[in-house]
Design a protein around this ligand. Structure first.
Ligand code: ATP
Ligand code: MG
Length: 388
């Protein structure tokens, strides 16, 4: 069975370089490997000094590169979805398919759908994904929520409302409601996205690796990224700290930077203690060309098991205790002040900052109420007790 390794992180931290080194190592191990980039500002071709076309291309034995062009993929592979959306947009009134690019996350979304299709074809044993910077990728974690966001933007009263209100909508709301075919289309897209999300969350299939550098702003974003990934229960199973200055430069200016870096490396190690951490030195040249990529692969990855399945302890569990049940959610780096919690009829809703997650409650807990919640050791523990 093939596996997907997704490299994410803030802009410029070294995602492409680290992903390329993994792809290189993987190919050398004799595994058929695809290194694919979803970032619109592609640079795999530059990195490997090879001009790439619109399809995947083998550049070294066992190693193919693929810079996804979302526009091209939309037209060639997902014409039917584009067609659905086109119909939806015109139903919503006044919008056309050319407005699609304005919807946040759309390009990345089609790129990921394409990767899911490649995965299903089983051509490659390892698919290594070089992502766009965090900001854009994060929004994709919220697929279902994202879709409802689109729904609200396009059809202000939402799906259920549409179904019920369609016959009277024109008169009452003075807007054209999407027709039944369009609603079926929405459902099909929704299912496709749900399937993609399943694939990306499946621990047997996908690993998410975060790349970072030891500097304040990056560390902060890395922590947030990790927290949200865990909130949505994605399988983050590795951290890479890139651009670490060598300790023996012997220069006062750099000595200060080395001390600062040490501090941030310690913070990262604390926060990411659940994960294997890989440290990568700051080299005296850019990572460009096969020799530079091989350098990372040989220096840093050679003696590490970077492709094996890693079991990171359970991130979410319901356990019975003397008072009732406890739900434990892994929420590393979260700040108590940012957490909000509420109980809907069948879900518990956890909100951290701008992100919200609905965790469905098992049937047996529906008659229970949340009686306390604690954040300890990066774990949110929520106590449920039976209604008296
Ligand atoms: N360990 C390193 N030593 C020296 N230079 C590095 C190192 N890692 C990355 N670089 C250089 O830093 C720059 C950014 O790296 P890279 O393109 O891999 O980052 P990225 O996270 O993919 O960036 P983007 O967000 O723009 O896609 C490149 O010029 C690369 O050659
Ligand atoms: Mg990049």
């Amino acid at each position: 069975m093939s596996r997907i390794y997704i490299f994410t992180g803030k802009g410029g931290v070294g995602k492409s370089s680290v992903a390329a080194a993994h792809a290189y190592k993987s190919a050398k191990e004799g595994k058929k490997t695809l290194l694919v980039s979803t970032d619109m500002a592609h640079n795999l071709g530059d990195l490997f000094e090879h001009k790439l076309g619109k399809e995947a291309e083998e550049v070294l034995p066992n190693l193919s590169l693929y810079e996804i062009d979302p526009e091209y993929v939309m037209q060639n592979d997902f014409a039917y979805i584009v067609d659905y959306i086109g119909r939806l947009l015109s139903d919503a009134g006044g919008m056309s398919i050319s407005d699609l690019g304005m919807i946040p996350g759309m390009e990345e979304l089609f790129s990921l759908l394409k990767i899911a299709d490649i995965y299903k074809e089983e051509t490659y044993e390892r698919i290594i994904v070089d992502c766009a910077p965090t900001g854009e990728t994060l929004s994709l974690l919220k697929f279902p929520e994202l879709l409802s966001w689109y729904m609200e933007k396009l059809f202000p009263i939402g799906k259920i409302g549409v179904r019920l209100l369609a016959p009277v909508s024109k008169a009452v709301f003075k807007v054209e409601m999407p027709n039944k075919t369009a609603m079926n289309d929405i459902e099909k897209i929704y299912l496709k996205l749900a399937e993609l999300q399943e694939l990306l969350k499946d621990r047997d299939v996908s690993s998410i690796r975060i790349v970072t550098t030891p500097e304040k702003m990056v560390v902060e974003e890395t922590k947030r990224n990790y927290m949200y990934m865990n909130l949505y229960d994605f399988n983050v199973d590795g951290l890479y700290i890139n651009r670490i200055l060598p300790a023996d430069i012997g220069n006062e200016f750099f000595d200060r930077w080395i001390v600062l870096q040490r501090e941030y490396i310690d913070t990262l190690k604390e926060c990411f203690s659940a994960l294997p951490i890989c440290e990568i030195p700051w080299y005296d040249e850019e990572v460009r060309g096969e020799a530079a990529i091989r350098r990372i692969a040989d220096n840093v990855l050679a003696d590490k098991e970077v492709f094996g399945k890693r079991i990171i302890k359970d991130r979410e569990s319901f356990t019975q205790n003397e008072k009732g049940y406890q739900l434990e959610v892994f929420a590393p780096c979260a700040d108590k002040a940012d957490i909000d919690l509420y109980q809907a009829s069948t879900d518990i809703v956890i909100k951290i900052g701008n992100f919200k997650r609905n965790i469905p409650l098992p049937n047996s807990l529906r008659s229970y109420n949340v009686t306390s919640a604690k954040l300890e050791d990066g774990r949110l523990r929520i106590q449920f007790e039976q209604e008296k």
